[in-house]
Design a protein around this ligand. Sequence first.
Ligand SMILES: *Cc1c(COP(=O)(O)O)cnc(C)c1O
Length: 394
Amino acid sequence: MIYADNAATTKMSQTAIEAMLPYMQDCYANPSSLYTAGQEARDAVEAARETVARCIGAEPREIIFTSGGSEADNQALLTAAAIGKKAGKRHIVSDAIEHHAVLHTLKKLEQDGFDVTYLPVDGSGIVKAEDVSAALRDDTCLVTIMYANNEIGTIQPIAEIGRLCRERGVLFHTDAVQAIGHLSIDVQDTQIDMLSASAHKFRGPKGVGFLYVKKGIRPAVLIEGGAQERGRRAGTENVPGIVATAAALEEAVSAIATTAPAITAMRDRIIDGLSAIPHSALSGDRMCRLPGNIHLCFEGIEGEALLLLLDQKGIAASSGSACTSGSLDPSHVLLAIGRPHDVAHGSLRLTIDETLTEKEADCIVQAVKDTVSYLRGFSPIWRDLCEGKAAFIL
Ligand SMILES: *Cc1c(COP(=O)(O)O)cnc(C)c1O
C-alpha cells in the first residue's frame, strides 16, 4: 500500500513504540501510587511533559495531557468562554475553515449566549490578520484560528494574529494539530495563549494529545474526578501514550530541518504532475502550505469514486470533501474558498510523509491521471461540459 493519508493519521514511529513498551510491560503502576513503581511512572509522565514543553518553547506546567486534539480544542474554547463569561465578555472570533472539534464547540457556545464571528478566508484559505483585528470588540474574549488546515494545508499568519491579540489583551488559541511536528512552533515567538495538539498526527499513538495553556490562565475542567494534571484533567494518566507522545514529538521536531524540505520537494513534484490534468485546480496556497499536503479538485468526477479506484490500485488517499459521517455535503473548507458544489465534490487530498519515494510519487501521479480520465469517460457531467451544455469552471 502507498499510504498518502497522513493528515488522517500517521504510522507510529518505531522510537515512540519502543518508548511506550516498558510502561505497558514492566512499569505499569499508577502514577498516583506512592510506592516506587508508581513514582517511576509519575517520573516518566513528568519527563514527557518537560520534553513536550521544550519542543514548543513552553514550561512543563503549561502542558495538560488530554485524550487528543478534539479534547484539547474543547478544553481551550471552554476555558476562554469561562473566563469571558466572568468578565462579561461573550464574543469570539474564529474562521470558516476550522476543524469540527472547534466549530461544533463554538456552536454549543452560541447556544449558551456567545456571539461568534466566523471570518471569511481568501481563495487560498488564508485568514487575513487585518480581518481579525477589525473583528475584535470590547467584549471579545477569544480568537481561535487554526495553525494549518487539515484539508487544504494552508498555513495561517499565526505570529501576526498572536501579536495583535496580545496587544489588544484578547486570548488567542490555535488548533495546531496539523502543524505540530511538521513546522517549527514556538509559543513565545508567536504569542500563543493556548495550543492544541494530537499525538497520532505526528507519529505518536492515537487517543492522546495535549493542550498548552499559558501560565496565568486558569483552565476550565472538562473531566472531573481526580487530582491528575494538577486538577485540570482527571483520569489515570495514559502513561504509555504520554511517554510515546513525547518521544514522537521530540523525534519529529528534531528532524524538521531535514524532513520538511524533502517532503516539500516531493509534494511539489506531485502537485506539478497532477496540475497537468486538464480542468483541475490546486486547493490552498502554493507557498503557505504544509510540507506534505496536496489537494486538488478535478472537474466532472466524484471524489469518492476516485478514492475507491485508487484504493484498488493500492493507494490510500482521502477526498477531504464529504464529511466522515458519510453525508454528501461538500466540505465546508472547499465552499469557504469559493469552490462551487460540483467542483468541491471532485476533490482529492494526498498527505505524504518522508518515507514516500520518488517512484511512489510518480506512481501516484500516473494512477490519479489514469483514474480521472477513466471516470470522466462515463461521467454525464463531463459529457455535458465537453459538449458545451455546461460551462467549465476550472
Ligand atoms: C485530527 C484533528 C483534530 C482532532 O484530533 P484527535 O486527536 O483525532 O481528536 C483536530 N483538529 C485538527 C486540525 C485535526 O486535523
